[in-house]
Design a protein around this ligand. Sequence first.
Ligand code: CDP
Length: 225
Amino acid sequence: MRHLRIAIDGPAGAGKSTVARELARRLGIMYVDTGAMYRSVAWLAVKYGIPPSDEEAVVRLLEEHPLHFETNEQGELQVYAEGHNITAELRTPEVSNVVSQLAVHPRVRALLTDWQRAFSRMRSVVMDGRDVGTVVLPDADVKIFLTADLRERAKRREQQLRAQGFEVSAEDLCVQLADRDARDAGRDTAPLRRAHDAHQIDSTGKTVGQVVEEILSIVERVVLQ
Ligand code: CDP
């Protein structure tokens, strides 16, 4: 198969990571969760009590505690900090609440963007995030902008978090997701935005399988061109 780069962007909780993981599995290519990279910086900031608004301090933190990104046998990104695999610790409400505050910093973004581009040069990728189609891989072969109704996104996130043992309410999550979207879309550097050449898919009321099939048919058209 030819070298493929598929970008999936969209607001918080639209189902990007579930869809991207399944799509990568079906195509047998690597899945790069760029949100996990930003979350790993937030994980360090929470651990060391660094204010996420302080760009200088966050950059210093990354110099003192370098992160390592690797792929596992399933072709999924794994994050290592201080010699431990922290991938399973990145989706806590605490990390979710600070991540978009440090994702505004241009120097943090530049560092992570370099890593993301390096992955896409080495391997065919499905990469999901906020700025993949606009900034990280502006010449991606396929660009998807995945959305869903806010209430449905909050409900899905509530189910995910409850399954992990967190006590959360869909009402609170609605407010938190909307806050995060506003911060992500409102920042100066690489804001959340639909690329002009992205296919917009609304996943409200659709299963993961349906959305994956929809994207696969777009990928097939591109590959057969
Ligand atoms: O899974 P969910 O939609 O909740 O978020 P995520 O993809 O894990 O991303 C978490 C946060 O990281 C986002 O709200 C953004 O603040 C930041 N992010 C970003 O700025 N740029 C990216 N390419 C990916 C994530």
